[in-house]
Design a protein around this ligand. Sequence first.
Ligand code: IPM
Ligand code: MG
Length: 406
Amino acid sequence: MAASLQLNVKSFRPIALPNSASRYRYSAKPARIRCSAASQSKRYTITLLPGDGIGPEIISVAKNVLNLTASLEGIDLRFQEMPMGGAALDLTGVPLPEETLLAAKQSDAVLLGAIGGYKWDANEKHLKPETGLLQLREGLKVFANLRPATVLPQLVDASTLKKEVAEGVDIMVVRELTGGIYFGKPRGFSKSENGEEIGFNTEVYAGYEVDRIAHVAFETARKRQGRLCSVDKANVLEASMFWRKRVVAISSEYPDVELSHMYVDNAAMQLVRYPKQFDTIVTNNIFGDILSDEASMITGSIGMLPSASLGESGPGVFEPIHGSAPDIAGQDKANPLATVLSAAMLLRYGLGEENAAKRIEAAVLATLDRGFRTGDIYSSGTKLVGCKEMGEEVLKSVDSQVPAAV
Ligand code: IPM
Ligand code: MG
């Protein structure tokens, strides 16, 4: 049973990490209750794409967290691991083997680690790990990319922004993911009239592409603070003028959502000047790529941020927004929390399993409350742990939320 955006659009709930973690303190009587097999009626198949660099380490943690959470929530998860990115290039010669795409299409949701690395950087475009990721997005038609940037109270000091600027920031970037300059044609390398070598791409949006991402964004904003900022470059680009016109037209269907527009250069500046002015941001593929990285740093670490990529129907792709970090790969230094939180988004948006999603989010907060930190979010007075140990601590937190046995 593949979850669909259509299905989920009504229940769109942005990742809800509460401002106060106190709700998630350990229960005084930690107990271990396992749901019996008889109550496990809901079955889902998850495709795991560990990918490259730190991908396998963080996926392994997230898989364990999913397994334990599922058993506690009476959900039966089956995992199938497939090669993708550089790992697939080494194994099969292509970054997204047909078998991987097929397996992904036939599953209920896809959890992706990260792709890319120095080894394949000089490859021709069709043999780059990144091309595999774009093919996956295109193949699964996941046009709506939700990238939350929430500053957790436990990590406010990890932000490079002043505490009073970062505190309380809770932004959802809704990025269009299968159109725009990433996919627009014509594209390529050529020669200009005077024989000069050129490289070129096309920023192009069809009406239906803008309309459907706008609907997702308005629905998302409606369930948050009801404020949507559409980011474009309509003072220069025709594709942006068109984008703005369509977003304005769609806005008449959402009178309860306050719509504003901002040029992307200004948005980049406002994000670090006064990020609390933003609630939900909707933007095209390339601006969303850039602004979501920027928004992530308000929160202190890109290692904390999950994402969900959803289509009209079929499985969604859930992945941390960070990359494969080849410099720390295999050293047990990676922060697995963005992937663990992506697994929570998978449960919420991909499978409609809200309780299980909340259980994971609460476990992450509880683990931070208990003082565990990977290097990227470490501050004095907290306990520095590696990827594996962080995973083990999250598992303990997941387990401890089981109601006490009578
Ligand atoms: C992202 C990444 C990808 C993108 C790359 C790896 C193709 O930066 O998911 O943000 O540009 O979309
Ligand atoms: Mg990016």
